[in-house]
Ligand binder design. Structure first.
Ligand code: ZN
Length: 301
């Protein structure tokens, strides 16, 4: 081998070990995914499975963890680099940590300032809602409520009634993060498609009533979640953040008149009707923290 060719071969070998050539794909930033997980929209979680210590709760936890794992597998297959999972139901300690895919980080327990969206920031490329349920008062909607089932009759942002999915999407939107996949019953899926643009959806159940639903076998649902998760990351460029106008006017109608009365003791809270208060906030983060404070003061779990 001539000296010239030997030199060229050595140069190429050096460049190879230094990581050249690097494909355009490898150079692109790998997606970072945030998953907020509730429990009422998980397939076959229909009744007491949501409540720690009650009938079949342990099954509910396993089904919840399995749906999250299915999504994580799909995100990883599509090249996601980091996945953060936020357990956002009840005491926020439902997902079984040792059964969760080991590539994901898990946020557990309340209280925390952003409640169901704790840990989200602008470094994420997509937000995902798993196990989500319809808002309080939706007819034929399995386990429907809005954030605090025993207290809140309705939450409105800038006049629009909010489900947890809409509210939390607006929190993600504050950081410019689009909602890329939503899993829940037929109402949740319809709302996501109407509000979040080209979002991927998985209908985990057909709600029949407040305490009943029809679902396919868990394996079928989980396979669909995995497939849609992978596609959601592949279609990331099409996704758009869900934004609400600022300032944010938050109105809460309570179920109990005393809650409106006592919340309105705070000087910046207006009581606009017997059971309804109104507060104006700079942005969705402030609005979220206000709801979290109301919730956390009353619920030490
Ligand atoms: Zn919920």
């Amino acid at each position: 081998m001539s000296k010239k060719i030997f030199g060229l071969v050595m140069l190429l070998a050096m460049l190879y070990f230094l990581g050249w050539p690097v494909s355009a794909e490898a150079q692109a930033k790998k997606p970072k995914i945030y998953i907020s997980v509730d429990m009422e929209g998980i397939a076959h979680v229909v009744n007491a499975q949501t409540a720690a210590g009650q009938f079949d709760y342990e099954r509910g936890r396993r089904l919840m963890t399995a749906e999250v794992n299915a999504a994580i597998e799909g995100f990883l297959a599509a090249g996601a680099s980091e996945i953060v999972v936020s357990d956002s139901h009840g005491n926020a300690q439902n997902i079984i940590p040792e059964d969760l895919n080991e590539k994901a980080f898990l946020i557990r327990s309340f209280p925390r300032p952003l409640l169901q969206m704790e840990g989200i920031d602008s470094s994420f490329d997509g937000a995902v809602f798993i196990g989500y349920h319809p808002k309080e008062g939706t007819p034929e909607a399995n386990l429907s409520h809005t954030i605090w089932g025993t207290k809140f009759a309705e939450i409105r942002v800038n006049g629009k009634p909010m489900s947890e999915a809409l509210f939390n999407a607006a929190v993600a939107g504050h950081f410019g993060v689009p909602v890329i996949m939503v899993c829940g019953d037929q109402h949740v899926v319809k709302e996501a498609q109407e509000n979040f643009g080209p979002v991927e959806t998985v209908m985990t159940k057909e709600s029949l009533g407040f305490l009943s639903a029809k679902s396919a076998h868990p394996k079928i649902i989980q396979a669909e979640i995995r497939q849609k998760a992978e596609r959601a990351v592949q279609r990331l460029k099409e996704m758009k953040p869900y934004m609400v106008a600022k300032p944010v006017v938050l109105e809460i109608t309570f179920k109990n008149i005393f809650d409106a009365e006592t919340t309105a003791y705070l000087p910046w809270v207006k009581r606009i009707e017997g059971k309804t208060i109104r507060v104006e906030f700079k942005d969705m983060l402030e609005a979220n923290r206000f709801i979290t404070a109301l919730f956390a003061i009353n619920n030490r779990t």
